[in-house]
Design a protein around this ligand. Structure first.
Ligand code: FMN
Ligand code: FE2
Ligand code: FE2
Length: 398
């Protein structure tokens, strides 16, 4: 894309990444892509806020150069050290050795650890400001959003909050960088929730702290480091973050996420009737075939629904291994406090349900009834499965 002037003298100079399949090597963005948003403030002094991953660096540098001679950049603000925002740093410094790097004390250490950089680092504290002329940058500590060193930068004249990963989303910017009515806002909100559950959810407590701090900050535009720039309705993202961080400790909506895996279709046959029973009770249901659906899509559903129904056969005395992997990921992302049940097929001694009891304990999930059956479910067992789904749904509605 061409640079976009957000307000007089402040430009988006980011990059759309349509190449990477797995963000952080883990999270599926093969269809959605992602943007690395970088910003240039042109004034008596010039600052770049957040950079770019070490990908499409030629495109990034060319875009920056189309607006400014690299030798005229005074500051590069490093809100966050993760290499999706700093990968291009060494290349930039080769062309612009005069630049002062601005970051927190922890950023200073990480600059040395990641890039061997020890010179020209300006450490800023909470509330410090740098005046650029007409524009002033104020720094707000927001540790663990998403790393311990992370801060946000507020441009005070235009009230633009450069929030880095917070309020960001997966998804490339497609023709516009703004939350214009012409873009599919619901899609970006879904991508922001996916980003939140995959990357931020475990830091929901620091998110809450940051939101409290930001409540006193006048913000007209939220400019994160990934995804849309929220200027039409910045409050929408703040409200969503308020809701999402509370879901770490409060009950979610009364819906059910059903995850299933099957080798030969027996557990799947039961899944179909359990689903019928759930919907009989009018409870919202989302079904994931964990053998096809990437965990990055499963986590947002688990996070935002109160009930979890697991369908998995026994495998070598254990829960089906890829199901265990999904549940381990849910645990590592702190997706706690659910009501859960399990059903599945076995052929001799079973064991999936016993293994699930152990996992549910680690997940702090309250276990309701389970339903296991031998081999292919009989007609009677299928009728029982529908009842089993309905009973679970009723408990979720309570
Ligand atoms: C590799 C493999 C390992 C299995 N291990 C066990 C086991 O330890 N205990 C058991 O009761 N059944 C075991 N089974 C049997 C399956 O649980 C059974 O065939 C079940 O019906 C499969 O359900 P599905 O059609 O939903 O995959 C195993 C099956 C396979 C293929
Ligand atoms: Fe990050
Ligand atoms: Fe990031």
């Amino acid at each position: 894309m061409l640079p976009v002037e957000i307000t007089p003298g402040i430009f988006w100079i980011g990059v759309n990444d349509r190449i990477t399949n797995l963000f952080e090597g883990l999270w599926d963005i093969s269809r959605e892509g992602i943007s690395y948003n970088s910003y240039l403030i042109r004034d008596e002094k010039n600052a770049v806020v957040d950079l770019n991953k070490a990908i499409l660096t030629g495109e990034y540098i060319t875009r920056l150069q189309s607006l400014i001679d690299l030798k005229e950049i005074d500051y590069v603000v490093i809100n966050h050290m993760e290499p999706d925002h700093t990968g291009v740093l060494q290349m930039l410094l080769t062309a612009a050795p005069q630049v002062q790097l601005v970051g927190t004390k922890k950023t200073q250490t990480m600059l040395k650890d990641f890039y061997g950089i020890t010179e020209n680092v300006l450490v800023v504290k909470e509330g410090d400001t740098i005046n650029l002329g007409r524009h002033t940058m104020r720094f707000i500590n927001t540790p663990f959003l998403h790393w311990p060193e992370t801060m946000m930068t507020l441009e005070e004249t235009e009230s633009i909050l450069f929030s880095c990963d917070a309020f960001g989303s997966y998804g490339t910017l497609n023709g516009t960088i703004f939350d214009d009515p012409s873009v599919n806002l619901d899609w970006y909100v879904d991508q922001a929730l996916r980003y939140y559950t995959n990357i931020i959810a475990i830091f929901s407590r620091p998110v809450r702290g940051a939101l409290t701090k930001l409540a006193d900050v006048p913000v007209k535009i939220i400019a994160p480091s990934h995804g849309l720039i929220w200027r039409a309705n910045p409050g929408r993202m703040v409200d969503l973050y308020d809701r999402w961080c509370k879901l770490a400790t409060e009950p979610a909506d009364p819906g059910i996420t059903l995850l299933f895996a099957t080798m030969y279709g027996n557990t799947e046959a039961m899944m179909e009737v359990v689903a019928q029973g759930i919907v009989d009770e009018g409870v919202k249901l989302k079904i994931f075939n964990i053998q096809k659906d990437h965990v990055s899509y499963i986590l947002p559903s688990l996070y935002t629904t109160r009930g979890v129904m697991i369908g998995a056969p026994t495998y070598e005395g254990m829960l089906f291994p890829t199901m265990e992997a999904v549940l381990n990921m849910a645990e590592s992302k702190h997706i706690f406090n659910k009501k859960a049940s399990i059903f599945g097929s076995y052929a001799w001694a079973g064991g999936a349900d016993r293994k699930f009891v152990e996992l549910a304990e680690k997940l702090k999930w309250e276990l309701l009834d389970s339903l296991t059956f031998n081999g292919t479910p009989s007609h009677e067992e299928l009728l029982r499965g529908r009842q089993f789904g309905a009973e679970f749904a009723r408990k979720i509605k309570e």
